[in-house]
Write a protein that binds this ligand. Sequence first.
Ligand code: AMP
Ligand code: MG
Length: 416
Amino acid sequence: MIDLCNQEPVPLLSVDAALARIKAAICPITESETVDLKNALGRVLSESLYSPINIPYEKNAAMDGYAFSSQDINHEQPFTLTLAGISWAGRPFEGHLQPGQCIRIFTGAVLPHQADSVVMQEHVRAEGEAIHFSAGTPAGQHIREVGEDIKQGGLLCGHSKKLTATDLGLLASAGIYELAVKRPVKIAFFSTGDELTALGQPLASGKIYDSNRYLLSGLLTDACYSVTDLGVIADNKQMLEDSFISAAKIHDVIITTGGASVGDADYVKEILDRCGDVNFWKIAIKPGKPLAFGKIGSCYFFGLPGNPVAVIVTFQFIVAPALKQISGVPDLKRLQITATCTTNLKKSLGRQEYQRGILSQDKNGDFFVASSGKQGSNILSSISRANCYMILPAECANLQAGDKVKVELMLGAEII
Ligand code: AMP
Ligand code: MG
């Protein structure tokens, strides 16, 4: 069924076309800064990092046990070696292992040069200094070889990697304590609307609380972003224009919410046309059709719709990929899966819809998704309950329970 309210004089830009236009318009940040390893979590590497050392640095034991040289034993027979000393983690055995000798060794302790095998302590019988090994004791076991993790000069983390906790561990294992990362993306955001009331104030008639700045400050929490909250700007052309122009001088990106549509108090598009270049301002997406993207000087702007759910959806699917590109992160895809929908879904032709759902997995590993409730772009409760979006393409109409749908988890969500 065609929804006549959705009819546009010119066809709307598809989500994919909008993303392609953003991608073509954006230049990633090139400037770098040096940070300590402990402050590097979530930052984007501006150089590839190679290991200055072999890891492990020296041959060491993977188990608590006894180390010996396989040269002087016959594996088929039980054999007895004489205990010559101990190698502790951090305090190596300093002697020379003679034929017929073994040493007590602990996990992580360095092996003497002559030794090439470790046997677990549970598999020997110790009688004073005589250590008895059973027949069939394997040679060459439980050893960590020099450079088996990373060879000296080997790649640790590639250029443009957004560093995870795991990466910090890897880099620390190579002794790296300082690194060059992309400087943070400077992002300013503000809400627009005469109806917006600050938290802590009573609500007068016709007013609402400003949800969007709280949403955005949460969504923009990322080590790659340096964020400025510019508050609420009234529906006043001059104040809006001044705010855009001054913010554009000192930020890489401006994100606004509200006033992006065609109502009498919606000035964002008009002002951006005057002080910048609007690349597009409407997309075939639901929720979130009015979305202005472009530049003021060298600053990118995203004029998002006012309704909070439209802000969340357009952030995840349009703004977040753009911010990643600006911060210099490679264009990696987020996981999408196919699930069986267990509720009927209302869907009009013409716009790609992101409906809120609750994704679960049964004991066979199959995925099921149900609508999380009312889908109005003002309804925050159903998106707060949801853990995923059901992505319904523009050309798709109503769906019946049992139909398959494409699903993507919300940022930071888990399934039940
Ligand atoms: P607009 O695009 O300005 O016409 O806003 C569309 C709808 O979103 C209206 O119902 C606004 O009241 C609402 N809205 C705009 N900004 C906010 C905000 N910061 N927090 C909550 N709702 C908002
Ligand atoms: Mg408004």
